[in-house]
Design a protein around this ligand. Structure first.
Ligand SMILES: *[C@@H]1O[C@H](CO)[C@@H](O)[C@H](O)[C@H]1NC(C)=O
Ligand SMILES: *[C@@H]1O[C@H](CO)[C@@H](O)[C@H](O)[C@H]1NC(C)=O
Ligand SMILES: *[C@@H]1O[C@H](CO)[C@@H](O)[C@H](O)[C@H]1NC(C)=O
Ligand SMILES: *[C@@H]1O[C@H](CO)[C@@H](O)[C@H](O)[C@H]1NC(C)=O
Ligand SMILES: *[C@@H]1O[C@H](CO)[C@@H](O)[C@H](O)[C@H]1NC(C)=O
Ligand SMILES: *[C@@H]1O[C@H](CO)[C@@H](O)[C@H](O)[C@H]1NC(C)=O
Ligand SMILES: *[C@@H]1O[C@H](CO)[C@@H](O)[C@H](O)[C@H]1NC(C)=O
Ligand SMILES: *[C@@H]1O[C@H](CO)[C@@H](O)[C@H](O)[C@H]1NC(C)=O
Ligand SMILES: *[C@@H]1O[C@H](CO)[C@@H](O)[C@H](O)[C@H]1NC(C)=O
Ligand SMILES: *[C@@H]1O[C@H](CO)[C@@H](O)[C@H](O)[C@H]1NC(C)=O
Ligand SMILES: *[C@@H]1O[C@H](CO)[C@@H](O)[C@H](O)[C@H]1NC(C)=O
Ligand SMILES: *[C@@H]1O[C@H](CO)[C@@H](O)[C@H](O)[C@H]1NC(C)=O
Length: 698
């Protein structure tokens, strides 16, 4: 076919104008070998991958794929970065054909099964990140990754022993993260051959044996996390060899004996946590004089002697937790010279005495717990601590036995968000100075002997979402203002994004390094007035508290009907009205409370039919026992409601005055049981900022 000149001309124009795109298109096609490998990889998955189109060959443009186009001809795939892309399924062997790969990142997906062994033999691989999937199997013996710098298989289900024989052939390895798996046995001395290693994470496995002294060869090691394993025995002076360490976390193991007095040789150490071990003896002199330490956590050991922190030396100390030990008092006044101290936890030690006057100098202090330290004189304590202007959390539980709640109207805690003075057998009434604590979010005065009525102004706190006045001797009516607590009237409670939490540090589960503290926003919104002598009605306006999750009014002298309006408390999970003098029928609208998981109206004077439907189908007979004339159909027909077996109160009401419960309330108890690895450096870095809690999706 002959082409006319014009046609030819236009063809040229066409070629010129599309030249670039056509060539581009070729550039974007990866090497056929790699295209095949990627396609097979994709076909093995049970999910698609956003941004991948198998009907095109322009694989260099697929999401997360990087090609080496330094030479136009080859276009080899050198990067596959598909972290957090919601991909699921198993890994096909085809991936190992991407033999030019330098970065492989499949982290935070839903992949399972074994990792094809040849993936561990990619000669050019520099970074391998498989963290937070559900891979199984043991580490293969034949790992050969001569270029590897970053190796992260944390938070999977790998098991077996860890013997990184590949260390000797991986001279550039800097980061090795095996945390959060099921590795067991002793730590092999092979680690010592990873001579460039800077960060080693072995935490959260089932490793045992003594401290892995093989690691002492690692001259460049900066971060060593061994927490949450079964390591045991004493530490010896050898750890001083790790002179570049910045972070050392050995918490939640079974180490014992004295801490070695070698901290003066750890000249870069900023973070040391050995909480929840069996260390004993005094604080080593070199530890309490460390000029670099910012975070020191020795909680839950059996150490004794004085808390002789030398603040002239420890100028960077910001976090000190020596709670649950046998340290002896008095509370050292010298701590007041630690200018940068922000968090101080001395609780559960045998300190005694009073809060030292000089504690007023702790101007950086935001969190203070002195619970269960045999303190006396609450008036003096509050008078001094009110001068710590940055204090937002104050925990004084289980001290001051049988003292009077101070009523000095001049006390001022303008920034206080959390105040917990539980289980002190304090006498007196709710003090007027509390009214000035306008920032309060959590107030726990439970297990005291406080009496009188609960003042109306208690409803004025605009951020209060957790109030526990249980186990006192309060009389009078429930102040109706409580039913207007501003923040609780909103179904989606958003605690101020900058509010510091109760810094209970716990692991976030997935990432080994980003550990965060229990933010106050994660506590369930709670009103607990149980075990008092309150009388009068349950106000219908309780129905306004759409954000409330726990309401406990049990064991009082409340009378009148159960208001129909309670069915508007749409977030309610626990409702305990047992052991009162309530009369009338159970409003059938309560079946609308679709999140209610615990409910009791036992021991009242109710009658009529038990509503059926909704969550009511799940409540036991004991929820209804001890009433005048209740009867039920359906699941309740077999209940022997007329008889009065011994009352069985709900879990939140059965609370022996243990520190766990009274300090922290139900959720904290649970939190404590799950075990926090205290690793707070990141909290400090983030300036104690709480991210805005996700709106409750309910
Ligand atoms: C994939 O590419 C083909 C050919 O270019 C195109 O027809 C198709 O629409 C693309 N599919 C998606 C989902 O982008
Ligand atoms: C290689 O090609 C990709 C497109 O796949 C492009 O984004 C990148 O800039 C190119 N790199 C070089 C070094 O030319
Ligand atoms: C892997 O991807 C995740 C998610 O995008 C990212 O957070 C992580 O830093 C990446 N890992 C590496 C080693 O680049
Ligand atoms: C590893 O886990 C698998 C099951 O996933 C099990 O069959 C195997 O015995 C475990 N190996 C070791 C050493 O625990
Ligand atoms: C301490 O480190 C040196 C190298 O700095 C090394 O030769 C020695 O073996 C290490 N000591 C122990 C106990 O591993
Ligand atoms: C305290 O440490 C012991 C081990 O010494 C551990 O079993 C226990 O769970 C720890 N308690 C807390 C509250 O962390
Ligand atoms: C406390 O630290 C200062 C500064 O390092 C030092 O001069 C002093 O001797 C130390 N005091 C004690 C009791 O160790
Ligand atoms: C004290 O803490 C602040 C931040 O909280 C920090 O910027 C400052 O460097 C610290 N000072 C010392 C001496 O560590
Ligand atoms: C303070 O110490 C007590 C007792 O060891 C513990 O229960 C509490 O969780 C600690 N608080 C923080 C913030 O670590
Ligand atoms: C007290 O808190 C404020 C605001 O968070 C902060 O700017 C200030 O530096 C803190 N004071 C001290 C002494 O840390
Ligand atoms: C408590 O401390 C105050 C102020 O320091 C003092 O006046 C008072 O006598 C003390 N009370 C007791 C019972 O020691
Ligand atoms: C208070 O501390 C002592 C040890 O000092 C301990 O035996 C006791 O169990 C603690 N009480 C509570 C309620 O935590």
């Amino acid at each position: 076919m002959k082409m006319g000149f014009l046609h030819f001309f236009f063809f040229i124009i066409y070629m010129i104008s599309f030249k670039v795109p056509i060539l581009r298109c070729q550039d974007m096609a990866c090497h056929s070998n790699d295209l095949r490998a990627l396609t097979n990889f994709g076909n093995c998955l049970t999910s698609g991958i956003d941004g991948w189109n198998f009907s095109t060959s322009t694989c260099c443009t697929w999401a997360g794929v990087t090609c080496d186009n330094s030479t136009t001809s080859s276009n080899r795939v050198i990067g596959l970065e598909l972290g957090k892309k919601k991909i699921s399924g198993v890994l096909c062997e085809s991936l190992e054909d991407l033999d030019q790969l330098r970065i492989l990142n499949l982290s935070q997906n839903f992949l399972h099964g074994i990792v094809p062994p040849k993936l561990f033999q990619l000669q050019n691989l520099e970074a391998l990140d498989l963290n937070s999937n559900d891979f199984v199997g043991s580490l293969p013996g034949g790992i050969y990754l001569p270029s590897i710098k970053y190796f992260d298989i944390s938070f999977n289900s790998f098991n077996g022993s860890v013997d990184p024989t590949f260390c000797k052939t991986s001279p550039h390895l800097q980061v090795l993260d095996l945390a959060g798996n099921h590795f067991s046995g002793e730590v092999s001395t092979s680690f010592g051959r990873c001579s460039s290693l800077q960060h080693l994470f072995l935490n959260g496995n089932m490793l045992s044996g003594s401290f892995p002294y093989g690691l002492l060869q690692l001259q460049y090691l900066q971060v060593l996390h061994l927490q949450d394993n079964h390591f045991s025995g004493a530490l010896n002076d050898g750890i001083a060899n790790l002179s570049n360490l910045v972070e050392l976390d050995i918490s939640n193991n079974v180490f014992s004996g004295n801490l070695p007095d070698v901290f003066e040789r750890l000249r870069k150490l900023k973070f040391f946590s050995s909480n929840s071990n069996k260390f004993n003896g005094h604080l080593p002199n070199s530890l309490v004089n460390s000029p670099t330490l910012e975070i020191l956590n020795l909680r839950n050991n059996t150490m004794d002697g004085p808390i002789n922190i030398n603040c002239s030396a420890m100028i960077h100390l910001a976090f000190l937790d020596v709670g649950t030990n046998n340290f002896q008092g008095p509370i050292p006044e010298s701590i007041s010279s630690c200018q940068n101290l922000s968090v101080l936890n001395l609780s559960r030690n045998k300190l005694g005495g009073e809060v030292p006057y000089k504690f007023k100098n702790l101007q950086a202090l935001t969190y203070l717990s002195l619970s269960n330290t045999s303190l006396a004189n609450i008036s003096a304590a509050l008078g001094i601590l009110q001068q710590c202007k940055n204090l937002t959390t104050l925990v004084l539980t289980r001290n001051f036995q049988d003292e009077q709640m101070p009523s000095d109207v001049n006390l001022q805690f303008k920034n206080l968000k959390v105040l917990i003075i539980a289980n002190c057998q304090l006498r007196g009434s709710i003090p007027l100075w509390l009214r000035g604590c306008k920032m309060l979010q959590l107030l726990d005065l439970s297990w005291n002997h406080l009496s009188g009525s609960i003042p109306l102004w208690i409803g004025n706190f605009s951020s209060l979402f957790y109030l526990d006045f249980s186990d006192n001797s309060f009389t009078g009516e429930i102040p109706i203002s409580l039913t207007g607590l501003q923040i609780l009237t909103d179904r989606r409670i958003l605690i101020d994004g900058n509010a510091p939490g109760i810094p209970l540090y716990k692991k976030t589960g997935k990432s080994s390094t980003s550990l965060q503290y229990n933010k106050i926003g994660s506590l369930p919104p709670t009103l607990d007035l149980s075990h008092n002598k309150l009388n009068g009605p349950i106000w219908p306006s309780f129905g306004n508290l759409k954000g409330l999750h726990f309401l406990n009014l049990s064991t009082n002298e409340l009378s009148g009907p159960i208001p129909d309006d309670l069915s508007r408390m749409s977030s309610l999970e626990i409702l305990d009205l047992s052991h009162n003098k309530l009369s009338g029928e159970i409003p059938s609208s309560l079946v609308k409370l679709s999140f209610l998981s615990k409910f009791s109206i036992a021991d009242n004077q109710l009658y009529g039919e038990i509503p059926t439907g909704g969550q009511f189908l799940t409540f036991p007979c004991s929820s209804f026992e001890g009433n005048n004339d209740l009867y039920g159909g359906g699941v309740f027909t077999s209940c022997q409601l007329a008889q009065r077996p011994p009352p069985a109160p709900l879990p939140p009401a059965t609370r022996p005055p243990t520190e766990k419960m009274t300090i922290m309330g139900l959720q904290f108890g649970i939190g404590a049981a799950t075990g926090f690895a205290i690793t707070v450096i990141f909290c400090f870095m983030s300036g104690w900022v709480i991210p805005k809690p996700k709106a409750r999706q309910r």
